[in-house]
Write a protein that binds this ligand. Structure first.
Ligand code: XIL
Length: 401
């Protein structure tokens, strides 16, 4: 594992010594030389026994979760849980173009640097989410891309961001959510985003080639949602994504894998396990790796007793995990948040937050494991995958229990 760190960035987590009293962090922190433990500290972390990270490793995979810098800054319990349970963290907001470069040529790295410092301190990997996403493009960039149709606008944004975190980011979601099916599945099933408008369908090839040139060793992904159910839309979306992959591969475009978001929804029909298994095989047969990048579960009926709700969430997760962990090309699973204390599903469109309203993540608001957490541990533990293990060496594969 690479241990290099960005020397010019102050590490704000050095001051949060209390987190180091959490069980299991001693070895990692000592390895990194980042901090010392206060004498006589006691383990405070409420999740005892097997860790998700260890269970994932026993399956040759990694486990990750999306986090925000603010959550890490302000919540020491959450910090400890993330450091203890995860191999990898995904910045939920901080790496998106709209956040990084609100004004042209003046990137703002402060929030992202905090997440990167946390990852470096605890030896976690960072998932590079995301370079091109139609929902987070600064206004100035949309305008100049469409007007000037100059790819250098994109290249000038990729270069400093990818270079700055090259020591901790191994995987990049280079293009996020490029697929959008028409009602009858006709056409190329590519979203008519601002990138498409400015550069045509070739923007995906250009993005991957630019990313490869800047980060030759990173794994480059296309990340998207909406493949898990049996509806027509999902079928068209699967077909559209495979057609896109085929077109890219015909032109030898650098693409290492596919990220599947997996935002599950209990108001939908049951998961299409057969269809999903076939789809994963079709991706794997094309020589690509797979990550599940944003797993969470939106509840349908929040009036039920909590044990029933948690059971339903866990069952949905288990139905997915049972399929995906049978596929050796699946290298890791990340949840979109780790605790119900922080879930994007609890934020209304007007920005109002209802903490713990939805119970769709592995830990509850008190950081206690729920049936979803146990479903993950059990699913990982039951499925050692030698194929995946061989390729998971980009993560520290030290033994843990
Ligand atoms: C979401 C964040 O969770 C929200 O906090 C933010 O307001 C909007 O973006 N698919 C993605 C993620 O790829 O980047 C989105 O994250 C959730 C859907």
């Amino acid at each position: 594992m690479k241990l290099s760190r960005a020397p010019e960035v102050a590490n704000p987590f050095i001051v949060f010594r209390s987190v180091e009293s959490l069980a299991g962090l001693t070895r990692r922190a000592a390895l990194l030389g980042a901090m010392t433990l206060p004498a006589g500290c006691t383990a405070m972390f409420p999740v005892r026994g097997t860790k998700l990270r260890a269970a994932a490793r026993s399956s040759g995979r990694f486990f990750g979760a999306a986090v925000q810098a603010e959550q890490l800054r302000n919540d020491s319990l959450f910090r400890g849980v993330v450091a203890q349970q995860c191999d990898s963290i995904t910045p939920e907001l901080e790496l998106k173009w709209g956040v990084i470069e609100p004004a042209p040529g003046r990137p703002v790295f402060a929030q992202m640097d905090q997440i990167a410092a946390f990852a470096r301190t605890y030896g976690l990997r960072l998932h590079g989410h995301t370079l091109l996403w139609h929902q987070s493009v600064p206004g100035w960039a949309s305008q100049s891309m469409v007007e000037a149709k100059d790819w250098n606008i994109v290249g000038r944004y990729f270069a400093p961001v990818m270079a700055r975190y090259s020591d901790v980011i191994d995987w990049w979601d280079v293009v996020n959510e490029p697929i959008e099916a028409t009602e009858d599945g006709s056409g190329d099933c590519l979203r008519r985003s601002v990138f498409y408008e400015a550069f045509g369908p070739d923007y995906i090839r250009s993005a991957l080639e630019t990313a490869r040139a800047i980060a030759p060793r990173a794994k480059l992904l296309i990340n998207d949602y909406g493949f898990e159910y049996s509806g027509k839309d999902e079928q068209f979306r699967r077909k559209g994504l495979l057609a896109l992959v085929d077109a890219l591969q015909r032109r030898a475009v650098p693409l290492d894998g596919i990220g599947l978001q997996a935002h599950l929804d209990l108001s939908r029909e049951p998961l299409d396990q057969m269809g999903l298994a076939t789809f994963l095989k079709e991706i794997a047969d094309r020589g690509l790796l797979i990550q599940f990048t944003e797993l969470d579960v939106r509840e349908a009926d929040r009036s039920l007793p909590i044990p029933l709700r948690d059971q339903a969430v866990a069952e949905a997760a288990r139905a997915l995990l049972d399929v995906v962990l049978d596929q050796p090309a699946v290298r890791g699973i990340s949840t979109w948040g780790l605790s119900d204390r922080y879930s994007w599903i609890d934020v209304d469109p007007d920005g109002r937050r209802h903490i713990g309203r939805n119970r769709g993540l592995p830990l509850d608001v008190e950081m206690q494991p729920k049936p979803f957490w146990h479903a993950l541990v059990e699913a990982f533990s039951g499925r050692p995958s030698t194929g995946a293990r061989a390729a998971a060496v980009i993560f520290d594969q030290g033994q843990e229990t």
